[in-house]
Design a protein. Sequence first.
Length: 77
Amino acid sequence: MSIKQRATDVMIKALNRGPVAELTARIKDLEAEIQELRGQSLRLAELADIVEELLIPMAQRDQARIDAAVEAYTKSL
């Protein structure tokens, strides 16, 4: 094994412990949390859309459109 390969192996082992490993784990946790928040944001946007779709028909007392909007929302769950 060459000196360069040994040095590389030592550096890789050092990076897999201590503060770097902790930061790497923290980054992975944060990425997972961001993905969860993206999903929640998408769901919130869908809810805002359904509320908007319901407000106009409700104001116009259009029961057919209200039922269609509620059914579309129920299917999206």
